[in-house]
Design a protein around this ligand. Structure first.
Ligand code: ADP
Ligand code: MG
Length: 376
């Protein structure tokens, strides 16, 4: 396994055009050895391009790829020691399932014993044991994709296993189980796994770290919790979480509060620099609760609908023409028409030009000298 460093990488598929377009804008990042990463973003945002640059199928227009500090930018795929699993099965259909799984190991002259041990172990994890002696062409489409996945996982000596939407053709129940198995493989063998998906649930349940992309740009890298609680941009707030983050256009009313439909909402961001600027207040529906009385940061709303979504209720309400959504427990009673909602100060995110404002409010505290005594 290796630490993988992408250093000032960018890529254009038409670099010689008068106006080249960039599938990847310049970015740098490091993938630590043995971790699980997800590259998440809508179709066409550059996920596959990024993965292919790491595996060597695409040479970046600028920048360097380092595996454990060694520059591999000009190395061919086969010399990079990477396993790659694609969206659709890549298998030898006339070979048996066993031979398909054994192939990457035999190519590298592993002993018969090691081949047998690894093939059996991977076949066990992927539910392929009873098919080992069948020709691969006799298997169903999703089983064929499991063979592809198995061929990626069978070697323990790879720098990383790169998976490009590998479970697209697999049915949802099996998908859930396979994601869990992949996590176990990562924990057991400490294989660096990089998993490309456009599905935020897949990314959030699979990865330690998620790289969120939009239109060729890496917009945020972080743990699922960081992406959920402090989205770097309104795009991340919108793309991650269900429902999407509540976002309201507003203006700063004081150094730390904004106005939403005439109600002052305190935030823990320093807004003095943002006076008279158009900003947005972002708040997750999970953090908004029904208030019992009118205190600070409580806003009145008209109930539109309450949906029972199994383990929680989703309240949709109107503040003037604005729509606000709040996730509440099943036990919470919701009034029929008017409702007071509490918006916690420390959970408010402020966005300027769609980017998170990270300047925190400063709290002054008085430090008394040691021998200071209050006057009698
Ligand atoms: P994703 O995997 O997120 O769907 P891709 O990396 O495949 O995105 O594509 C990013 C952008 O690059 C898209 O606009 C796509 O049309 C373009 N692109 C991808 N592959 C090629 C290629 N071989 N030649 C030209 N343009 C490409
Ligand atoms: Mg793709």
């Amino acid at each position: 396994m290796s630490k993988i460093n992408l250093n000032k990488i960018s890529h254009s598929y038409n670099p010689n055009d008068a106006n080249p377009t960039y599938a990847l804008n310049p970015f740098s990042m490091t993938w630590e050895d043995g971790k699980r990463y997800a590259i998440l973003g809508p179709s066409g945002c550059g996920k596959t391009t990024m993965l292919n640059i790491v595996s060597g199928l695409v040479r970046p227009s600028s920048g360097k790829i380092l595996f454990d500090e060694k520059d591999v930018t000009d190395l061919k795929t086969e010399n990079r020691n990477i396993a790659q699993v694609f969206q659709f099965p890549v298998i030898y259909s006339t070979m048996t399932v066993y031979d398909n799984l054994a192939f990457p190991l035999r190519c590298r002259d592993f002993s018969k014993e090691i081949v047998e041990e690894r093939v059996n172990s991977v076949a066990e994890t992927l539910n392929l044991k009873s098919f080992l002696n069948l020709p691969a062409r006799k298997l169903t489409a999703d089983q064929k994709q499991l063979i592809s996945l198995g061929r990626g996982l069978v070697r323990e000596d790879v720098a990383a296993v790169l998976m490009d939407e590998p479970l697209t053709v697999i049915d949802p129940d099996l998908k859930f189980k396979l994601r869990r198995n992949l996590k176990e493989i990562n924990e057991q063998y400490k294989t660096t796994l990089v998993y490309v998906t456009h599905d935020q649930n897949e990314a959030m349940t699979f990865a330690d770290n998620i790289i969120v992309m939009s239109e060729g740009e890496v917009v945020q890298t972080g743990t699922p919790k960081e992406l959920f609680e402090r989205p770097n941009t309104t795009f991340v707030g919108y793309f991650i979480g269900s429902p999407a983050m509540n976002l309201f256009e507003t203006e700063a009313s004081s150094s730390n509060s904004v106005k939403i439909n005439d109600t002052l909402i305190k935030t823990s961001t320093d807004l003095s620099r943002l006076k008279d600027k158009k900003i947005k207040l972002g708040i997750r529906s999970e953090f908004i609760k029904i208030a019992k009385d009118k205190k600070e940061n409580v806003i009145s709303a008209n109930v539109e609908k309450v949906e029972d979504l199994g383990n929680y209720k989703l309240l949709t309400a109107k503040i003037g023409s604005l729509t606000i959504k709040s996730k509440i427990s099943r036990e919470t009673e919701v009034p029929l028409d008017k409702v007071d909602l509490h918006i916690p100060e420390d959970k408010c995110c402020i966005y300027e030009n769609e980017k998170l404002s990270k300047i925190k409010k400063i709290f002054f505290s008085v430090i008394y000298p040691r021998n200071y005594r209050l006057l009698p």
